[in-house]
Design a protein around this ligand. Structure first.
Ligand code: BTN
Length: 243
């Protein structure tokens, strides 16, 4: 992974660049597209992704995901989240970072990294997957509420090359585990890192507020929530954390 890396000093979005390489037949398994700056970085739920030029890591990794059934695509969220946690835990105190379902990487100080996964399906088969990663590294001031960087937490700056090298190493490990079918281990590692697991929190569902206890995720990646005595499951579009 990362053996072929395309570095772009500036682009709109590394996910879009990777998608365009797939469309033009230029993609390969493990290809990484790294940008110095994005002019239209994309976040989840149609949001944009704030990243000060040259200060942070913004990249997309292309994976040939044909070995997975479309129903297993949550496992890509799992390996991306765990790969990032493996990397960041080398720099953070024990027990951190944590995964706010489905794939925000959190610390006690705030959100440190985000993931945007886009799947390219042919017929009923997965073909390519683009895993977009935004890691806040050396940026000090954010306009996005709740965002934090490694430099803010650790009080020192970090070189991008070292971080990228380690990131590819950890990603490769997690992807290898998935290819070997170790989904049980990956899911239990995901749960071990899960933010607010077992805690009662408030959520927005449609135009209502509910309170529920987070019990984990199911095999499809839906959030399992105990609401009073009922176990309910929600997908990403149906529910929003209120804190
Ligand atoms: C989120 O938490 O909302 C997801 C953020 C994902 C940001 C990364 S930065 C590199 C890649 N290219 C994009 O346009 N977005 C992702």
């Amino acid at each position: 992974m990362g053996k072929k890396t395309v570095y772009l000093p500036e682009c709109r979005s590394t996910n879009d660049e990777a998608a365009s390489m797939i469309a033009r037949g230029l993609a390969e398994d493990g290809l990484a597209v790294v940008a110095g700056a994005q002019t239209a970085g994309k976040g989840q739920r149609g949001n944009s992704w704030e990243s000060e030029p040259g200060r942070n890591i913004t990249l997309s990794i292309v994976i040939h995901s044909g070995f997975l059934d479309p129903s297993e695509n949550f496992m890509l969220t799992v390996i991306a989240s765990l790969g990032l946690c493996d990397l960041l835990s080398e720099y953070l105190p024990d027990g951190e970072p944590r995964i706010k379902w489905p794939n925000d990487i959190m610390t006690l100080e705030g959100k440190l990294a985000g993931i945007l996964i886009e799947n390219f399906i042919r017929g009923h088969r997965m073909e390519w997957t683009v895993i977009g990663l935004g890691i806040n590294v050396n940026q000090r001031i954010f306009s996005t509420p709740g965002a934090v960087s490694l430099a803010r937490i650790c009080g020192q700056e970090f070189g991008h090359d070292e971080l990228l090298k380690l990131l590819f190493h950890h990603f490769e490990n997690r992807l290898r585990a998935l290819r070997r079918g170790l989904t049980g281990t990956l899911m239990s590692d995901y749960h071990r890192r899960m933010y607010w697991l077992g805690e009662t929190r408030r959520f927005e569902v449609g135009d209502r507020e509910i309170e529920g206890r987070i019990e984990g995720v199911d095999d499809l990646g839906k959030l399992r929530l105990r609401v009073e005595t009922n176990l309910r499951v929600f997908d990403f579009k149906q529910i929003r954390f209120l804190h």
